[in-house]
Design a protein around this ligand. Sequence first.
Ligand code: NAD
Ligand code: UDP
Length: 330
Amino acid sequence: MYASCQKTVLVTGGAGFLGSHLCDRLLMEGNKVISLDNFHTGSRSNHLHQASNPNFEVIQADVADPLPNLRVQEIYHLACPASPPHYQESPTSTLKTNLLGAINVLNLALRTGARVLLASTSEIYGDPLVHPQPEDYFGNVNSFGERACYDEGKRAAEALFHAYAAEKGVDIRIARIFNTYGPRMQPDDGRVVSNFVVEALQDQPITIYGDGSQTRSFCYVDDLVEGFVRLMASDVRTPVNLGNPGEFSVTELAAMVVAMTGSRSPVTYLPLPSDDPRRRRPNIAKAERLLDWRPTISLKDGLGPTIAYFRDIVADQPADSRSSPLQSVV
Ligand code: NAD
Ligand code: UDP
């Protein structure tokens, strides 16, 4: 039986968008939480509201470097830039983060006997030829393209998790996360939801890459965190898709954001980045069956608090110092 008493939990990438929400949830359940982050794409401000909690600790460190000997019962391994313009800034750093980071957290898990969960990604399916994507689809990935540092890095991380489980008995969990959005994304994160919302709130052109017919399936952060916690508590040692099966084209997302913000933004079309997947939607039958998990928050309902969060940020910035959302490299 898996202990449900207070645990000490390490969250790598805890200062990031997903990590900071996960820290909230784990603290709320009475756990001791250690966030380990190098603040590359995360922000100290994501931890401000947690700083006075005696059960919370922050360690500034890089997961690609050997990790301190922490006594922990669980590790959620999230440290990695997730937005294409960020992970493409330095492909070698992204690969090191994925490969050395996975080895370092797995070795820590081996030393401490901790259960360890990898934040993997729908990107491991590449530009999928099977739709929607079930976990037993092996993917269609370009090892030599702009996304390789991230999607091949995550595939290698999954392979490392599998190897450490099979050969050394490490107790692993793997979440394949599909596009997740919500408050605490950085305004210059560069992913589509934050870009469109920030552009709309500033009445700047909405930047659609390509013709906007490509699709994504958007999951609200609270649903995703619930899936993380259920997966960690389960006995499922094989990859599980976590995402919202509601599928939208990028054009549809732009229209929703413009309507919900009351924006006067026009739409502008920029080139489609190379290897940008044409469509993406999770098959979540495995999570439904084994974790009794399914998303409960629609895109429209999740966009409300997301827009409110970015509205406060935009309002706090003087108009002449507002930075533009980060655009992808082509
Ligand atoms: P994020 O960029 O907001 O958070 C990543 C965090 O990791 C940041 O706080 C960053 O500073 C930290 N980090 C990066 N490299 C590091 C390193 N070498 N050492 C220590 N810390 C480092 O992104 P996110 O959306 O919160 O994503 C979190 C995890 O979930 C990532 O592993 C990402 O690949 C995965 N994921 C996210 C999504 C999504 O839609 N949000 C989808 C698929 C997978
Ligand atoms: N996208 C866009 N405009 C933007 C940012 C992204 O049209 O300002 C597109 C991007 O080309 C992709 C989709 O939106 O087709 C989702 O992009 P994101 O970077 O959020 O995630 P990923 O491509 O990694 O799923």
